[in-house]
Ligand binder design. Structure first.
Ligand SMILES: CCCCCCCCCC(=O)SCCNC(=O)CCNC(=O)[C@H](O)C(C)(C)COP(=O)(O)OP(=O)(O)OC[C@H]1O[C@@H](n2cnc3c(N)ncnc32)[C@H](O)[C@@H]1OP(=O)(O)O
Length: 239
């Protein structure tokens, strides 16, 4: 398979600690419920203030040990793009629906249901959240075909409002490949009406030239402090 991923030739990390994976997944789910409930609750002010104090106490417990932005989580792996905290697919990210994408022939498909934490117009998805989903969907289609890249161009058309709390289907396919560039199209539709796209779009993904890879990712380390696969230790001048 032709690949444009700078990490594809590096060995995948071993499977993560199952206890940590389970705990992170459960914490992500609990925070997801919390986020959704904070934007839907109608309990009185005093009760909300009391809950806020409790949440701050829990946050302090988690803050006892944290990582910086140049350190991958212990659950993540670049060669396989295991990304636990993605705002779209990450089981550990409470904002994420989360949605998982899979290949079906030459198409990439994902199903999801959005919540009120994703609201823009009342009862409907925020246009920026649709863009977030589309970026990840189209990027995943490139990745699942072995062609990783960063988003260089993303154009969307909003044909119809995307309802919350309603099953959705996301589909995408590659339309063109050339050198480091991959062009992908796709859309979001109701699961009940998969042929009528509410959002459609096209994106160009470009695997960055080596100088940019070094600038963006040169300082990355794995959770144990080793240089991330594909990157040597740097002087820390990466962005
Ligand atoms: C499971 C994993 C799933 C992953 C999904 C992830 C989805 C989310 C992805 C993201 O959010 S990435 C974050 C948002 N994007 C960025 O921050 C990228 C910012 N832009 C850049 O860093 C650079 O512009 C970029 C790396 C995209 C390209 O820089 P390069 O210097 O490597 O590209 P270069 O100028 O050499 O062009 C290489 C090819 O791409 C083409 N190209 C570059 N920019 C383009 C553009 N904007 N539109 C169309 N084509 C473009 C360019 O014409 C050329 O085509 P040809 O080879 O045919 O001549």
């Amino acid at each position: 398979m032709t690949t444009t991923s700078p990490w594809a030739e590096h060995p995948a990390a071993p499977d993560p600690d199952p206890d940590l994976q389970a705990a992170v997944t459960e914490l992500g789910a609990a925070v997801r419920d919390l986020l959704e409930t904070t934007v839907t609750t109608t309990v009185p002010a005093g009760e909300q203030a009391a809950v806020a104090a409790g949440v701050r106490g829990l946050t302090a417990r988690l803050a006892a040990a944290t990582r910086g932005r140049h350190t991958l989580s212990a659950l993540d792996d670049l060669p396989t793009f295991r990304r636990t905290y993605s705002p779209v697919t990450g089981v550990g990210n409470g904002f994420a629906p989360p949605v998982q994408f899979r290949r079906e022939g030459d198409t990439v498909v994902g199903e999801t249901v959005l919540g009120l934490r994703h609201e823009g117009p009342p009862a409907h998805c925020h246009g920026g959240v649709s863009a977030l989903l589309m970026d990840q969907l189209l990027g995943s289609a490139a990745f699942l075909a072995g062609r990783w890249g960063m988003t260089a161009h993303l154009v969307l058309t909003y044909h119809g409002a995307v309802p919350l709390q309603t099953p959705l289907v996301l589909t995408a396919r590659i339309t063109e490949t050339s050198g480091r560039k991959t062009v992908v199209t796709g859309g979001i539709a109701l699961a009940a009406e998969p042929d009528r796209e509410l959002v459609s779009g096209e994106a160009v993904f470009v695997s960055p030239r080596p100088e940019l890879l070094e600038l963006y990712f040169g300082a990355l380390t794995t959770a144990d402090g080793s240089p991330a696969p594909g990157h040597g230790a740097t002087d820390g001048t990466a962005l």
